[in-house]
Design a protein. Structure first.
Length: 237
């Protein structure tokens, strides 16, 4: 994965800063010689401690994704598959979700008598992530966020009342359609076709609306989202 330069960052939103609340977004990146993985977990603002679940969830999803990706890599006959034409079908998304739910359930049940209360306070978050591997590049969500592939930006959501289907609903009974609680994989392409890739939480969509405004206290425009994959100095003003 040395062919790709990877960077990351997060900024606490103004509403959280003004109310002296923690940044409830979390991210993790894992990289080895074969695979690069990035996962963002966006904690529910209504949860008292959603950042706890977000940090745990992002890391668990990334770890399980790497585990299954290495398994897929060992199963591929690299001499017969044309990796410039398509990406390998990755069959483990539901296994990753189930593994993540199982680990979160063990934690949640040890934290209090009421599972539903613990989930609502700690374990409601969405997921947006990517994996770049020799056998394909994938972008996945549960179930809102922003992603960009080769300069084409896609916004997932918003949902009614700003209440997306959180992965943590899988820990408790929910009336939400089960399909919305599973991974959506809108991007599955040959890695050779990837020129740039970016992911973000839903806060990035707010950033996009002020591109033509000045940064606070400065005569410098906020700028377009594309600066984060075209400008090495983006975000340092």
């Amino acid at each position: 994965m040395n062919a790709f330069k990877v960077t990351s960052g997060t900024v606490t939103g103004t509403s959280h800063t003004n109310s002296m609340r923690n940044n409830q977004d979390a991210y993790t990146m894992q990289r080895n010689t074969q695979i690069a993985i990035g996962v963002i977990a966006d904690g529910c603002s209504a949860g008292k401690h959603s950042e706890v679940g977000a940090h745990l969830g992002a890391n668990i999803v990334a770890q399980r994704l790497e585990y299954y990706a290495l398994r897929v890599g060992k199963q591929i006959d690299y001499t017969s598959f044309d990796f410039t034409e398509s990406a390998v079908t990755f069959p483990y998304w539901e296994a990753i979700r189930q593994d993540t739910i199982a680990q979160l359930r063990m934690l949640a049940t040890s934290m209090g008598e009421s599972l539903s209360q613990t989930v609502n306070e700690y374990f409601l978050f969405t997921i947006t992530g990517f994996m770049i591997a020799p056998f394909g590049t994938y972008i996945f969500t549960i179930r809102d966020g922003v992603y960009a592939l080769n300069n084409e930006v896609t916004i997932v959501g918003p949902f009614p009342s700003n209440e997306p289907p959180y992965l943590g609903y899988g820990l408790v009974g929910s009336s939400i359609d089960a399909k919305l609680l599973s991974f959506d994989v809108p991007v599955q392409v040959p890695t050779s076709s990837v020129e740039s890739l970016a992911i973000g939480s839903d806060g990035v969509s707010d950033f996009m609306t002020i591109a033509d405004k000045n940064l606070p206290g400065k005569e410098v425009l906020v700028g377009k989202l594309s600066q984060f994959w075209t400008d090495d100095l983006a975000g340092t003003h």
